[in-house]
Design a protein around this ligand. Structure first.
Ligand code: NI
Length: 212
């Protein structure tokens, strides 16, 4: 087991489309275990192949309480087979150290993938849960997409990236997502108290980061 170097935003590897895993060989198993070690050592909730320089369709996630036992999930050759609803998600990425921004996500996803033994499984994640958002975030990495491509406010995101000495958003990669945005805006209009609560949570997270 070893801790791998995490590729940073700006490296073209993160923009490449990853290849299917053809055989879950010993090498792949070692890679997955190293990815888990790397994710835990960086206090992340997810990590995808390209982030460790391997353009292979693999990602790992653990959304369990950091104070409790670990709950590693491995997704090999994943496919998102259903998605619906829209939510605002305040996200970061291990390839963007310290930079968090508001992005658009589906609130529900169903994903089909292989586990480390090559057995297919289906996972559902609902209600804009951390798992639902993490699956979309990590899945994107396999297609060379990044969370900032889903940014709700390009200029705000650019300021955040600048503050963390990261390259600016790649405008040609940004996703329009008009339907998702309209749905989020409508929800926010109908739930002002929840939006306020969300803003307070984000503020708290930001304060926490600044302390770290
Ligand atoms: Ni990421």
């Amino acid at each position: 087991m070893s801790i791998l170097k995490i590729i940073e935003y700006g490296n073209p590897i993160l923009r490449e489309k990853s290849k299917e895993v053809l055989k879950i060989s010993k090498k792949i198993k070692t890679l997955v275990n190293d990815m888990l070690d790397t994710m835990y050592s960086a206090n992340g909730v997810g990590l995808a192949g390209p982030q460790v320089g391997q353009n292979l369709r693999i990602f790992v996630i653990d959304v369990s309480d950091p104070k409790g036992p670990i709950d590693p999930m491995v997704f090999i050759n994943p496919k998102i087979i259903k998605k619906s609803g829209a939510i605002n998600s305040y996200e970061g990425c291990l390839s963007f150290v310290g930079a968090y921004t508001n992005v658009r996500r589906y609130s529900y996803v169903m994903v089909k993938a292989l586990d480390l033994n090559g057995r297919p499984f289906i996972k559902e994640a609902r209600d804009g849960s951390l798992l639902a958002r993490a699956i979309q975030h990590e899945f994107d990495h396999l297609d060379g997409k990044l969370f900032i491509d889903h940014a709700r406010n390009r200029f705000e995101t650019d300021n955040i990236l600048k503050k963390h000495n990261l390259p600016p958003v790649e405008v040609d990669k940004m996703l329009e997502e008009k339907e998702l945005e309209d749905e989020i805006v409508a929800w926010e209009k109908a739930h002002p108290e929840d939006v306020q609560k969300q803003l307070e949570e984000i503020k708290e997270q930001q304060d926490q980061q600044e302390k770290n």
